[in-house]
Design a protein around this ligand. Structure first.
Ligand SMILES: [Zn+2]
Ligand SMILES: [Zn+2]
Length: 192
C-alpha cells in the first residue's frame, strides 16, 4: 500500500469517494476529518469547478501520485497582479496556517540538458523546517536516497506557463515525473 490515512498516517487504500484525492483508514477518521475536508472535497467535484492535475510527493507516502488541485482566477490588482492569475487551492496538502507556499521551476531533465520545451512548477512549504513538517519519504524513495537536500512536508508538481508564474497547467506524469526526480537529485547544486 502506497497511500496513508490523512488523519493517522496508517497505510490504507480507501479513498474519499467525493474527491478521490485523500485516503482514510476508517469511517471514524473520515467523520473526524470531514469538517476540515469538506470545503476542498466539495469544490473538487462540484459542477463548474476547474481543476489541474498535479503530482503529489506526500511526506508520509512512498510513491508520487496524481491529485486534483481546484483553482479560480485570482483578483486582479493594479501592481502585484496586473493580469489574470490562478489561485491554487492546495489544501489539504499545503496551505495550513504555518505554511509559506513557494514555487521552484524545472525546465530541463538534468542541469546540463537542453530545455524540455515546457516548465514544471514545484510548490513547497518554505517553512517546513521550522513548523515541524515530517521528512519527505516519497522524495527519499523516488531518488533512492540520493537527494542531497533533506526535503520536509508535502511537495506538489504541476506545469507552469512561465518562470516565475502564477499561471499553471495540468501535470503530465509520463513526461514530468522524471525531470522532477532528477531535480531532487541535483538540488541545491542546481539553481534557476
Ligand atoms: Zn486513520
Ligand atoms: Zn474528499
Amino acid at each position: 500500500m502506497n497511500t496513508n490515512c490523512l488523519v493517522c498516517d496508517a497505510p490504507t487504500n480507501n479513498r474519499c469517494s467525493g474527491c478521490k484525492s485523500v485516503y482514510y483508514c476508517s469511517k471514524q477518521h473520515i467523520t473526524q476529518n470531514w469538517p476540515a475536508h469538506k470545503g476542498y472535497c466539495k469544490r473538487v467535484h462540484e459542477a463548474g469547478t476547474q481543476v489541474f492535475d498535479a503530482i503529489l510527493f506526500a511526506a508520509n507516502e512512498t510513491k508520487p501520485r496524481l491529485i486534483k488541485i481546484p483553482w479560480v482566477f485570482g483578483d486582479v490588482e493594479e501592481d502585484d497582479y496586473p493580469t489574470q492569475w490562478h489561485k491554487l487551492d492546495c489544501q489539504p496538502w499545503l496551505g495550513g496556517k504555518d505554511c509559506c507556499q513557494r514555487t521552484m521551476y524545472v525546465n530541463t531533465l538534468g542541469r546540463n540538458d537542453p530545455s524540455l520545451g515546457h516548465i514544471i512548477g514545484i510548490r513547497y512549504d518554505d517553512n517546513s523546517f521550522i513548523n515541524g513538517s515530517p521528512p519527505n519519504q516519497c522524495i527519499w524513495g523516488v531518488t533512492k536516497g540520493q537527494a542531497p537536500h533533506p526535503w520536509a512536508g508535502n511537495l506538489i508538481a504541476l506545469r507552469a506557463k512561465s518562470m516565475p508564474t502564477d499561471l499553471y497547467e495540468d501535470a503530465v506524469p509520463e513526461t514530468d515525473l522524471e525531470p522532477v526526480i532528477q531535480f531532487f537529485k541535483e538540488y541545491p547544486y542546481r539553481m534557476h
